[in-house]
Every structure is written in C-alpha cells, then in structure tokens.
Write a protein that binds this ligand. Structure first.
Ligand code: HSE
Length: 435
C-alpha cells in the first residue's frame, strides 16, 4: 500500500486528538484513505511540553519551514486558533503546494474570500467541515448530500458553550458565572468566552452555513445577534411554564425570496427536536424543497469529535474528493450567486415579552394598548399572584405576554414605546418563539 505524508500545524486540544487518530489508528484509516497516512511533521511552538501520546522521534518541531520545504507532504492539518499568524501560515502553506484542512471558523468567517481565492489560484483546496458544529458533518451534507435542494431554512444550535450554560442553569439551577467556568474547564469555550456567549461564535458559523446553503456572502459582523449573556433565570422559568425551552438559535431562512439571518435566544416549543438538545451538543434543522426537514445532532466541540471531522476531511483531501467539491462549488468566489438580504423588520413571528412593571391599575391596559396600536395581538398573559397581598405602592412585578404572529418591526417599535412608560421599571425582554 502507498504511503501519503501529511503534517499537522498546531498541537492544542484538537491537534492532539488528530495526532492520536493518525498515530494510533493508522490501520483503520488506511482503508477509507486507500493509502497509509504518515504523520511526518507536527509543528507547535511548544516542543518541550510533555504530550499525552507517544510521538515518534523527529516528528515534533517548532520549525514551519520543515513542512513548507518538504515536497513529500501533500496535505496539512492547520489547527492554530485565531486570525494571525494563522492566516499568513495558511497562505504560505497553500503557496508551497499543500492542501489544507482547518477547523478555524473565525479565520474563514473573516478571510474566507481571500483564502479561497488564493487556494484556487494555486490549484489547492481547503477543507473545513470541523469549522462548524464540531463532529456533525454539516458542511459535507450541505455542500454535497443536499445539493439537489433549494434550502428554505436552516436553524441551528451552533454554540455548545451557550447551550451548556443554559442547560446547567435550567436543569441544575447553576449560576451563570459558574456554568461559564465549567464550560471553560471542559474545553468547549473559546479562548475569549465572550465570543461564545454574545452570539459572535454562532454568527461566524452561521455566515459559513448561509454561504453554503444559500450562496449568500454575509459578513458575520452584519448578522443581527443577541447572545445569552443577559439571559435571566426568570425567563427560563417562564418559558418552561409556557411549554418552551430557551435555545440560542442561529437562523438563515428565505422570506419571500430574500434571506433573513439572525442569532438570538429563542423560545423553542418543548418536543421539537431543537428543544431537546442538551449540554454542549449542537444541532441543525434544515428544510429543503425536495427532501423536507432533516435534523443533525451531535457534539459541537471537544477534542475527539472535532478530530473526527478533521481526519475525515484529511481523508477526503488525500483521496481527491475535496478538490472536486472545492472546484465545483466555487466557494466564496466573486461568481457566487447573491441572494438579496431581507428587510428583517418585515419578518413575521411570535414573541415572548417580559415587562417589570408597577403593580398599579391601568398598567396592563397601557401595554396592551400600545401592542394593539402596532397590530400585535396577545395570545396569553402571565402575572402571578404575589406571595403576600400587601398594599405597597412600590411593588414591581413581572408581566409576561406571548403574542400571536407579528412583524418584527412592529414588535421593536412597540417595545420602544412601552419602555418609555413610567410604570415600566426595567428594559423589557423580547424573544422570538419557534412553534
Ligand atoms: N466554542 C465553540 C462552542 C466550540 O462552544 O461551540 C468551537 O467552535
């Protein structure tokens, strides 16, 4: 059997998992690869650290030139985080004739067009299934298996850290900060966990999925996004009482031929598969015009799940499948068809609203009046009896309203007006609802 030499640049958590598969499962991998994969170089800045696996002598180095100058190495797994020097290293590797496998969604979301264009000009390919949803093969599914479809909508739980935090708060009554720390300890969170909890990580992944599914080239920075960093336990409880669970959803959908994208905490009706996604798992529900709805679920982060996707990409690259897909899809090329962006104020949907209000006569009527003026119809209202009936004139109580379907612009305007009322004591909460 032939041997193909490959290299790994970056031996952090996922890199270690990739090295483990390549070094310890060589026989198994040689069957789908049709050749023996020889991990010839591992490049890492830290060559002194002890590693949890046996690396053959002479393989570990901090000298990237050993890869760049080695014409035997055809494919490189590049797993350094962040934007620079990752971008420059990728350009150098492509220039030196290597095909790339990466898991770096931030880099692709920022510099996809430049990197893909550069790869095309040099006759190379970039594989990136591990960049979105870790172990779930969503990139290959969208790019290849669902290619007969016009995708109509895609809804994903794309940030495992946020899902883990919500699960911990909901099921274990954990404090927000403790849940973030635990996610970091378990290795799901980004180096900067703000990217996880403020919706940026999910927006980066959504920009990649929206490009594959709809041909849209949207900067992740232009995706309207709300994270879970301001989510309150009270809303998790009310959602449960109403028969929903709150999930951080990343959505791309066609609305009257235009593309609507957003990331936001959403009340998902209990029983829908997305509502059942727990811990750090990810899931994506895709609707195609021919296939109908398909659902993907699995680990969205972590060492071996992500390594599983990386090594599958490496095998596809060595076998030559990546190059074909890369060429035919023309990802991030200037020739990619453009889908017009939708005016999101016209998108229809139901809303969960929570107001903190003075417990006075007429407050509910004022709020209902403003909703009515905006043609927003109320589906249900919750105001719980206070624990003690007291005549305190300063009592502030939560008032929860579920609306019927309304347009986003009207909902935003109504909340702006309601928040000006003297009897409304805090910025009100508005979340989308998925039934
Ligand atoms: N930090 C990401 C998450 C994993 O929590 O989903 C890598 O994309």
């Amino acid at each position: 059997m032939e041997t193909t030499c490959v290299a790994l640049v970056g031996m952090g958590t996922v890199g270690t998992g990739v090295a483990r598969l390549l070094l310890e499962q060589g026989d198994r991998l040689s069957r789908p690869a049709g050749c023996r994969l020889r991990l010839k170089h591992i490049v890492d800045v830290d060559v002194a650290r002890s590693r949890p696996l046996a690396i053959p002598p002479g393989v570990l180095t901090n000298d990237l030139d050993r890869v760049l100058n080695d014409s035997e190495v055809k494919a490189v797994v590049q797993l350094i985080g962040g934007i620079e020097p990752e971008r420059t290293i990728m350009l150098k590797l492509l220039e030196s004739g290597k095909d790339i496998v990466t898991a770096n969604k931030a880099l692709l979301a920022e510099h996809g067009p430049e990197l893909f264009d550069f790869a095309r000009r040099h006759g190379r390919s970039i594989a990136f299934d591990a960049a979105v949803a870790g172990g779930i093969p969503i990139i290959t599914n969208l790019a290849q298996c669902l290619s007969a479809n016009q995708i109509l909508s895609l809804r994903g739980i794309l940030n495992g850290t946020s899902n883990f935090i919500i699960s911990q708060m909901e099921e274990r009554g954990a404090e927000y900060g403790d849940a973030v720390a635990e996610a970091q300890r378990r290795g799901f969170a980004e180096a900067n966990p703000a990217m996880d909890v403020n919706g940026s990580d999910a927006a980066q992944k959504l920009s990649i999925l929206a490009h594959l599914a709809f041909g849209a080239q949207i900067s992740w920075r232009d995706i309207p996004r709300v994270g879970i960093d301001e989510l309150q336990v009270a809303d998790l409880r009310y959602a449960r009482e109403l028969g929903y669970r709150i999930k951080l959803l990343a959505v791309a959908q066609l609305v009257e031929g235009a593309l609507e994208v957003h990331v936001s905490p959403t009340l998902v009706r209990s029983g829908l598969p997305l509502s059942e996604v727990r811990e750090a798992n990810n899931a994506i529900s895709v609707v195609g015009d021919a296939v109908g709805r398909v659902f993907f679920h699995g680990p969205g982060a972590g060492q071996m799940p992500t390594a599983s996707a990386v090594v599958a990409d490496l095998i596809d690259t060595v076998v030559g499948r990546t190059r074909i897909t890369f060429r035919t899809l023309e990802l991030w090329s200037s020739r990619a068809p453009r889908v017009p962006a939708c005016d999101h104020t016209r998108v229809m949907g139901r809303y969960y609203l929570r107001f903190m209000v003075d417990d006075h006569p007429g407050v509910l009527a004022d709020i209902a009046g403003i909703l009515g003026q905006q043609k927003i119809s109320i589906a249900s209202v919750i105001q719980h009896e206070p624990e003690e009936e007291s005549a305190s004139p300063t009592r502030v109580v939560p008032l929860v309203i579920m609306t019927h379907s309304a347009n986003e612009g009207a909902a935003a305007s109504a909340l702006k007006e309601i928040d000006k009322l003297q009897s409304v004591r805090e910025k009100s909460v508005r979340m989308r609802v998925l039934d």
